[in-house]
Design a protein around this ligand. Structure first.
Ligand code: DSN
Length: 414
């Protein structure tokens, strides 16, 4: 996609857009929440639907001229139902956090109780962090991962639910490398008489493809974002049983949002159609195979991984044992210099600050989209090792950077 029309009217923005396109082409995106959507999704997202107001839902809008918006939104809804097997789907949330907000608004009153995973153990800001509206509006208690195994401490969660008496239990995580046992969390929520919200933002694509177990049909509410492993237009989604449909829809609009971003909903519809193709199942399987190859190779190279490996699209390395002098931020910055882009992350039992934590989170969804298989991913693990082993070795970094350039040429993007 060229930016010549932007360049005519706004060269500064055109330069930044072109540079971002180049950056994505020339670097290895290993931020676990990122992906590269298809040109079809990109085209849908830049459509004239950006001009349209369509408050309401298909067939029941507050504005005229919504017939094409209706068609697009209904396609997104129908395809999402097919992908995840949900009774009711709302595709209007602007983001995963807005999707979570819709559930809280629908089911909780201010002061009600949320039980969720600690942020530093892999949770999310919108699950009750004090800096987020959730932490400011609701009473929050948190469960942890087992510090020895790195797996969710399901028994601790059950005990916490018993004593805290939450109104909602939140599962689904941002930095958790293992498959989630939804039924065990549901049992704890049931025993406490609480709702259960599973936020599958990171694993939407893996769940849709059947390579991670699905919480749909087990839990009350499933939320997610639509641009991570599912690789569709940017935004959020809520899924629930028919009994909650009216509450959720009113909570998204008019409760939490005004006009839906119809151009993004078009991107969701197009991406969901792509995910219904058999090729998407192979893609999701390869994401996990790549992640496991990455985990194995990093461990062979001496890295210590939270939970000792991965079942999904990400690995979380705790640098404290393997590289005690190197923080996650040091590693992130040195790797960015050579064109490997990932993020520093807190790890269970974190002893540093969230701004300069002890771990790195490394994901495979975007590289898998570029066509990387296990052999190439193992080589990337070796490149990561060379840099993290010697973050100030300029000669080593120059050699790695050269190899990253070759790899990005070998696996072109747009
Ligand atoms: N920012 C996303 C992530 O990186 O996990 C979650 O919202």
């Amino acid at each position: 996609m060229s930016y010549d029309r932007v360049r005519e009217s706004d060269p500064a923005v055109a330069d930044a857009l072109a540079a971002e396109k180049q950056r994505q082409n020339d670097t290895l995106a290993m931020i676990a929440s990122e992906n590269h959507v298809s040109e079809a999704v990109l085209q849908a997202q830049r459509s004239e639907l950006t001009n349209k107001y369509a408050e309401g839902y298909p067939g029941e809008r507050y504005y005229g001229g919504c017939e094409h918006a209706d068609e697009v939104e209904q396609l997104a809804i129908d395809r999402a139902k097919q992908l995840w097997g949900a009774d009711h789907v709302n595709v209007q949330p602007h983001s995963g956090t807005q999707a979570n907000m819709a559930v809280y608004l629908a089911m909780l009153d201010p002061g009600d109780r949320i039980l969720s995973l600690e942020l530093e153990d892999g949770g999310h800001l919108s699950h009750g962090h004090p800096a987020n509206f959730t932490g400011q509006t609701y009473e929050v208690e948190q469960y942890q991962v087992d510090p020895e195994t790195g797996y969710i401490d399901y028994e601790g969660l059950r005990d916490r639910a018993e004593t805290f008496d939450p109104d909602i239990v939140v599962s689904g995580y941002s930095a958790y490398p293992r498959e989630v046992e939804w039924e065990r969390i549901q049992a704890a929520a049931d025993a406490a008489g609480a709702y259960h919200l599973a936020d599958i933002a990171h694993i939407t694509g893996l769940v849709a493809a059947g390579v991670h177990s699905s919480p749909v049909g087990t839990v009350d509410f499933v939320t997610g974002s639509t641009h991570k492993t599912i690789r569709a237009g940017r935004g959020g989604i809520v899924m629930c049983d028919e009994q909650y449909a009216g509450d959720i829809d009113s909570s998204v609009f008019p409760g939490a949002q005004g006009g839906p971003l119809m151009h993004n909903i078009a991107g969701k519809a197009v991406g969901f159609a792509e995910a219904l193709e058999p090729a998407f199942t192979s893609y999701a399987q390869q994401v996990v195979a790549n992640s496991q190859a990455l985990a194995d190779r990093l461990q062979e190279q001496g890295f210590s991984l939270v939970s000792g490996g991965t079942d999904n699209h990400l690995v979380l390395a705790d640098l404290r044992d393997s590289h005690p002098e190197t923080t996650g931020k040091d590693a992130e910055e040195a790797l960015e210099e050579v064109g490997i882009v990932l993020n520093a992350n807190t790890v269970p039992g974190e002893t540093r600050s969230p701004f300069n934590p002890s771990g790195i989170r490394v994901g495979t969804p975007a590289l898998t989209t570029r066509g990387f298989g296990e052999a190439a991913i193992r080589e990337v693990a070796d490149l990561i090792t060379r840099v993290v082993d010697a973050p100030n070795d300029e000669q080593a970094k120059a050699a790695v950077s050269e190899r990253v350039d070759e790899l990005t040429d070998e696996f072109p993007l747009y």
